[in-house]
Structure formats: structure tokens, C-alpha cells
Design a protein around this ligand. Structure first.
Ligand code: AMP
Length: 143
């Protein structure tokens, strides 16, 4: 259960990715943020931006951390919609289990949207790594 005000858990999966203890399909990194492919995408091109600051929810992020996430999300969104030729996109971020958050390290979802194409289930169906890798190459090329 992830609750507002929870202490940061250094063993969460995104903390492990940030430390290099777990792999990810990296799209972009700077001093304050990391962006990578979501491995259970709800739509083609679904990716995540995380702050390097240890923060569970939006309320735990510093103003600088929040600004850094938004700046990276803006860069990434432009590249993702180009890579998958999407006419629209959503930014989404869930705070606490009550809102559906499953990983207790703050993250922003980037979700390309197309006419008539519904989103798949949240955090349920793993995508083939080769498919994600090929898509990541296109996104990185569009950055
Ligand atoms: P949330 O439910 O908002 O906390 O979103 C967590 C997201 O992380 C979900 O969309 C999952 O599919 C995704 N996810 C979980 N584990 C990993 C992982 N190891 N690498 C990339 N994405 C992941």
C-alpha cells in the first residue's frame, strides 16, 4: 500500500534502476531526471520520466525536482509523438495506491493517444523487449 507521507523505500524498483542495480530501456538522462520505456505499456510509446530525487509522490518532490521532470517530459513527449506518429498524448501521474500508484518513486507517464484507440490495462501486460528496444531507438533518434 503506497500512502501519502510514506517514507522513501530505497529498495523500490525505480530506485534500483537509478542505482544501476536493475536494467531499463533508457531514453534520456540528465543531472536531475531519467526517462525510460514502460515495460507494460498501455499504448505504443508509453514511457516514464522519473526524478533522481528520492520522492514517493508529487508532494515529496522539491519545486526544482518537479520543474526538472516537467522539462524532461516536454522533451520526451515531443520525441515520442513523432516516433509513433500520434496526434495527441496524455501526461499522467498517480499519487498513492488510492490513485492507482504501484511504484513508490514519483514518475510521470507519457502516453501517446490516437483517435479510437483505447488505453490498455495499467501495469499488466509486459511487452516484448525487442519491440520496446526498437521503439526506443526511434524515440532517441527523435530527441
Ligand atoms: P504507477 O502505477 O503509476 O506507479 O506506474 C508504474 C508504471 O511502471 C507502470 O506503468 C508499470 O508498467 C511500470 N513499470 C513497472 N516496473 C517497471 C520496470 N522495471 N521498468 C519500466 N517500467 C516499469
Amino acid at each position: 500500500m503506497i500512502k501519502l507521507g510514506d517514507a522513501y523505500d530505497e529498495q523500490n524498483i525505480f530506485a534500483k534502476i537509478l542505482r544501476g542495480d536493475m536494467p531499463c530501456i533508457k531514453l534520456y538522462e540528465d543531472a536531475h531526471t531519467l526517462a525510460f520505456m514502460d515495460i507494460m505499456p498501455q499504448v505504443e510509446g508509453h514511457c516514464l520520466v522519473i526524478p533522481k530525487q528520492p520522492a514517493v509522490t508529487f508532494l515529496d518532490l522539491s519545486d526544482e525536482g518537479a520543474a526538472a521532470v516537467m522539462a524532461t517530459a516536454k522533451k520526451l513527449a515531443a520525441a515520442v509523438i513523432k516516433a509513433v506518429d500520434a496526434p495527441g498524448f496524455m501526461l499522467a501521474q498517480l499519487n498513492s495506491s488510492y490513485a492507482g500508484q504501484t511504484v513508490p518513486h514519483y514518475h510521470m507517464h507519457i502516453l501517446p493517444r490516437h483517435e479510437g484507440l483505447e488505453l490498455g490495462f495499467h501495469a499488466r501486460d509486459p511487452e516484448d523487449m525487442a519491440v520496446l528496444g526498437a521503439l526506443a531507438e526511434k524515440i532517441r533518434a527523435a530527441l
